[in-house]
Design a protein around this ligand. Structure first.
Ligand SMILES: CC(=O)CC(=O)SCCNC(=O)CCNC(=O)[C@H](O)C(C)(C)COP(=O)(O)OP(=O)(O)OC[C@H]1O[C@@H](n2cnc3c(N)ncnc32)[C@H](O)[C@@H]1OP(=O)(O)O
Ligand SMILES: NC(=O)C1=CN([C@@H]2O[C@H](COP(=O)(O)OP(=O)(O)OC[C@H]3O[C@@H](n4cnc5c(N)ncnc54)[C@H](OP(=O)(O)O)[C@@H]3O)[C@@H](O)[C@H]2O)C=CC1
Length: 291
């Protein structure tokens, strides 16, 4: 199946990045959210990120202008139904995702491929609630989308080969690399990365180190580009906690129990960069550790 247009549902940090790279690769994009403010912020973030790429000679002004014209922001889910490939990138909560696919169903073309950018939730379970489990799969980008090379492709139990091949072709056209992962909680990247982040929060909780020493240790001692707490803030602490809960529930092993301190930050609404406060406070000129 030849994909020409892509619908992106959820205009947060992942949704805006996905719309950005799709439009630059020539796809027509419908970007949807329940919230007009989120749509406006996403369009302005895409503009800012593309402008930076122009200023660094990564893309030309003409490519940016053409890509910007390919993105249509819409509050109406019906507009997403006209596209060839849907990528759901809304909040990491199963009930939210299920409701989106349910509401979308009456507006869909028969051949449209449905995918989710979920970090952890069962693709098979999400697919089973739709009218097309064979045309449903996981399409998992990494953050920040315009920079990161990998896309995890996850087949549900019923996903057919044509659907997998069509999604793989899209990844190749984006100039990214696909890694195939089986449908088990959190797939590959987050199965490995998130317990490390959770362990960093335990290291903080138990007083083995403070925010600064933990991040510095992993940056300078293990050559990670970001410390684990800085990375957690970048991903979003609500998303990190949601992924740990999926691992804990889905694999029924106490080694995945979320750190109570991570839960406390989320309960405070300190979700990281997106709310300006998490393990660091971003409200001033430079980030200040909160512990
Ligand atoms: C949770 C999940 O489900 C899965 C996940 O995504 S897990 C998270 C995976 N991501 C990571 O682990 C990211 C780890 N961090 C990094 O790799 C790096 O810190 C980083 C690439 C984000 C930034 O790199 P850096 O060298 O510190 O900063 P900087 O030089 O400013 O940026 C490097 C490039 O990225 C671009 N960039 C940085 N942040 C960006 C963003 N949010 N959006 C778009 N572009 C961005 C910069 O413009 C720059 O581009 P050029 O090379 O063209 O100049
Ligand atoms: N953050 C990361 O590093 C990564 C995240 N992911 C996954 O991508 C998805 C999105 O994450 P991220 O972008 O970080 O999250 P954000 O919180 O930045 O964005 C989520 C967006 O979805 C919107 N939304 C909520 N409900 C609906 C709905 N019913 N219809 C349309 N939009 C809705 C939210 O609106 P509102 O704010 O009004 O609720 C918000 O604008 C999650 O599944 C996450 O696990 C995957 C890879 C990396």
């Amino acid at each position: 199946m030849d994909i020409q247009s892509v619908g992106v549902i959820g205009a947060g940090q992942m949704g805006n990045g996905i719309a950005h790279v799709m439009a630059l690769s020539g796809y027509d994009v419908v970007l949807n959210d329940v919230n007009q403010q989120a749509l406006d912020a996403a369009v302005s973030q895409i503009h800012k990120n593309m402008s930076r790429q122009v200023s660094r000679d990564k893309i030309t002004q003409a490519e940016m202008d053409a890509a910007s014209k390919r993105i249509r922001a819409s509050l109406a889910l019906a507009d997403v139904g006209t596209t060839d490939l849907v990528i759901e990138a809304a909040t990491e909560r199963e009930t939210v995702k299920q409701a989106i696919f349910e509401d979308l169903q009456p507006h869909l073309k028969p051949n449209t491929i449905l995918t989710s950018n979920t970090s952890s939730i069962s693709i098979t379970r999400l697919a089973s609630r739709t009218d097309r489990p064979e045309r449903f799969m996981g399409f998992h980008f990494m953050n920040p989308v315009p920079v990161m090379q990998l896309v995890e492709l996850i087949r549900g139990i019923a996903t057919d080969e044509e659907t997998f091949a069509a999604c793989k072709t899209v990844v190749e056209r984006l100039g990214k690399t696909a890694a195939s992962a089986e449908d088990f909680p959190a797939f590959i990247v987050n199965r490995i990365l998130m317990p490390m982040i959770n362990e960093a929060v335990y290291t903080l909780y138990e007083g083995v180190g403070n925010v600064e020493s933990i991040d510095q240790s992993m940056k300078l001692g293990a050559n990670h580009p970001m410390g684990p707490l800085e990375l957690a803030d970048f991903i979003g602490l609500d998303t990190c906690l949601a992924i740990m809960n999926v691992l804990h529930d889905g694999l029924a092993d106490t080694k995945y129990r979320p750190c109570p301190l991570l839960t406390k930050y989320v309960e405070a609404g300190w979700l990281g960069r997106k709310t300006q406060r998490g393990f660091y406070d971003y409200r001033g000129e430079t980030p200040v550790p909160t512990r």
